[in-house]
Ligand binder design. Sequence first.
Ligand code: NDP
Length: 399
Amino acid sequence: MSKVLIIGAGGVGGVVTHKCAQHPEVFSEIMLASRTEAKCQAIAGQLDRPIQTAQVDADNVEDLVALIESFKPDVLIHVALPYQDLTIMEACLRTGVPYLDTANYEHPDEAKFEYKEQWAFQDRYKDAGNMATLGCGFDPGMTNIYCAYAQKNLFDEIHRIDILDANGGDHGYPFATNFNPEINIREITAKGRYWEKGEWKETDPLAVKRQFDFDGIGEKDIYLLYHEEMESLCQNIKGLERIRFWMTFSDKYITHLKVLENVGMTSIEPIKVGDTEISPLEFLKAVLPDPASLGPRTKGKTNIGIIADGIKDGKRRKVHIYNICDHEQCYAEVKSQAISYTTGVPAVTGAMLMLEGIWKGAGVFNVEQLDPDPFMARIGEMGLPWQVVELDPDHDPLA
Ligand code: NDP
């Protein structure tokens, strides 16, 4: 019987709140707080049990501390934006509340995201005997836990990992992003990067393309991108020689993105419009469909997972571990499409394991540093079943 404070009432916040509400045996009291309290109230209105709502400015540590001290949660799930990671971690540290998030810190004025500033909390969390769990969404999150599970149970050594994120969903709009457009577009227009033999190698944005036949979806174009989970996985998976990340995009999506880029709409540099300064990307976010509105329109499935290639009992082994998630089923269950669902469900599962003392420790942890077995045992019944498919070790499906 524990109290959870959820910060952020966007697409993911909605799923997290629904899922916590489905488990009163663990989350006996729920508070959802965000910048706009009306959005918290709208989510609360979808539930069949009462929760508390509040307004909070999560950029402001004092505001957060006051809210935490008044509600006294046993765990805090941060699903606002990556810009708030440091302020919320600071507030949790000051109040002794365990912290969990789904995305690493991004400086609002630089198109750059990395764990450095969150890892810098390590000693303070350790000294305080408090726990911070970083990146517990799907990717990062579930994909890191698949890697940890493979390392613990399926391999003696993993040499190569490819993370594959496929969205076969169709929302019927010519162009929209499945989660926060600003974060999504920044991620995609950045240079691609992968890690090999201890070094980061850079590619031009979306320059490396392959085809992959996804179970439940079919053949899709996939593009090499930089993605944040590689930063911690390349340190935490022993014997790793290479790690890459791939995401599907349709030709239609890429064409729209190129046009927006060519006309300067994806820039974060503020420009003067009349007497006002505005960043084109922020403006674009305001005119694009709200990701939370895509839920009722989206049909199709996602398939996200990892291919791990390594050695078991002296022999080469290659496996694909993945989840298939259906957009319409997600909407029927929690009024949200699969992208928010696949992020919110691991966050709630991680928070449960922390509350139950199954995931425990003092310090700052990326999820692959925690025991994957109890998480993998629970995540299927929470809504994200997974499978392991053996692949031919001599065949490279990404050649
Ligand atoms: P949304 O933009 O839909 O929601 C963000 C919410 O945070 C909004 O309700 C917003 O308030 C609120 N918020 C923003 N700034 C503040 C602030 N200063 N104080 C309080 N609340 C604030 O994003 P998503 O739900 O799509 O994503 C949530 C998080 O999940 C992001 O960090 C994203 O990067 C992460 N994510 C992780 C994934 C993974 O697999 N690991 C995948 C997808 C997302 P308002 O409504 O007023 O704007």
